[in-house]
Design a protein around this ligand. Structure first.
Ligand SMILES: Cc1ncc(COP(=O)(O)O)c(CN[C@@H](CS)C(=O)O)c1O
Length: 410
């Protein structure tokens, strides 16, 4: 049972008091796309720029010292947030997409070749799916996809068969942004490691919404985005096991990521700085650390329980109508994304009508086009919930869907 004070939380998000669509209360249900930002995080960004803005990595003046310490400490905090040990296991990127590209190009391009296999799942986001496709094409490796079952779970029997001694990397989404499926990433890590393959877990929809422990999972790499967990855009996080980041070639080259440069060659800085070329995401890193404090004050278990209750309620209310198809596992066994279609109403039309009632959801393929092909639908509408949403907002969603139903049935 969740124990979080939604009203107190909502008071930290002025945007939630906005009116849209000619005076309608905003009902923001597009959290899988990006979350809203509490005053505490906005204030942290403003405070940095107002009080100690400076370039980092140990300039000799006080501002640089303050900014460097705050930025470096943010790495420790984000590492610990997902169960890592310290800054040497936490690289700040631009977003989850860049984290995927970093490993796929810095490791995959150098290590993969003909005969090697990368095993993904049918529910992967384009951030990993397209990236590994490209690296496989450039290296002659092969990409395989673990199928999903009819009720939206990963087919684990197929996973056991498909991950073999030819597998070099398994990339799996922890919580699907389209189906809401929560994948058994620990079991998949065991299977991958039994075949001496690495596992990269895409945690973009998991780290913001539930307790994550990368050591318990035994993930080799784990990626997530700041903007989905109350943080600013422009920062992502790549957790990597210490020894893997130490051995990994850099992804981007330039200042800060070097140790010594001559006209002939260069040597590299230690992780994570080896992977943070140029002036890094200083304000974003400091603000994301503030977002972690906010989330941990509320409690990740409380956030998960709150979301699961809202998700189950929304699932039950939507599927009470025979003309609604919700994709993915049952309402009591999923993450906080609910993708659905209403017979006779295209997802884009539905989203636009819901907007007229103040309800903000997403419509389209949610960067999972192959998954939509597998589902046999061109698009879906998606409602996604977070710690500041309420049952009344689910009611507003369901009522607006009913308005659309009426509109399209006449
Ligand atoms: C599972 C998963 N994996 C990777 C990403 C990419 O995150 P970025 O911060 O955009 O790089 C996302 C972001 N999904 C958004 C934008 S498509 C959605 O509306 O579902 C995701 O959900």
């Amino acid at each position: 049972q969740a124990s979080l004070d939604v009203d107190a939380i909502r008071a930290d998000f002025p945007i939630l008091e906005r009116e849209v669509a000619d005076g309608r209360d905003l009902v923001y249900l597009d959290n899988a796309a990006t979350s809203q930002t509490p005053d505490q995080v906005v204030d942290a960004i403003a405070d940095y720029y107002r009080r100690y803005n400076s370039n980092v990595h140990r300039g000799l003046h006080e501002l640089s010292q303050e900014a460097s310490v705050a930025y470096e400490n943010a790495h420790d905090k984000l590492a610990e947030f997902v169960g890592g040990e310290d800054r040497e296991e936490m690289v700040f990127t631009k977003n989850t997409t860049e984290a995927e590209n970093l490993v796929a190009f810095a490791w995959g391009l150098n290590e993969l070749g003909p005969g090697d296999e990368v095993v993904l799942t049918q529910m992967e986001h384009h951030a990993s799916l397209v990236t590994w496709q490209q690296v496989a094409e450039k290296t002659g490796a092969e990409v395989k996809y673990i199928p999903i079952t009819d009720d939206g779970y990963l087919d684990m029997d197929a996973a056991e068969e498909m991950i073999t001694d030819d597998t070099e990397m398994v990339n799996v989404v922890h919580v699907s942004n389209t189906l809401g499926t929560v994948n058994p990433v620990g079991d998949l890590a065991d299977i991958a490691h039994d075949h001496d393959a690495y596992i990269f877990v895409d945690g973009a929809q998991a780290a913001p919404t539930r307790p994550v422990d990368v050591q318990d999972i035994d993930a080799d790499f784990y990626a997530f985005s700041g903007h989905k967990m109350l943080g600013p855009t422009g920062i992502g996080c790549l957790y990597g096991k210490r020894h893997l980041l130490a051995d990994l070639e850099p992804f981007l080259y330039g200042g800060e990521m070097i140790e010594r440069v001559s006209y002939e060659d260069a040597t590299w800085n230690d992780p994570p700085w080896k992977f943070e070329a140029g002036t890094p995401v200083i304000a974003q890193g400091i603000a994301l650390a503030e977002a972690v404090d906010y989330l941990e004050d509320v409690g990740m278990e409380n956030i998960q329980a709150h979301e699961e209750a809202l998700t189950e309620y929304a699932y039950d209310e939507l599927t009470a109508h025979d003309d609604v198809d919700v994709y993915g596992p049952p309402g009591d066994d999923r993450g906080a994304a609910v993708s659905f279609n209403v017979d006779g109403v295209h997802a884009h039309d539905l989203s636009s009508i819901l907007n007229d009632y103040g309800v903000a959801i997403r419509a389209g393929d949610h960067c999972t086009q192959p998954l939509h092909d597998t589902l046999g639908v061109p698009a879906s509408a998606r409602a996604s919930f977070y710690l500041y949403n309420t049952r009344e907002e689910v009611d507003a969603l369901v009522d607006a869907v009913d308005e659309a139903r009426q509109l399209f049935s006449t």
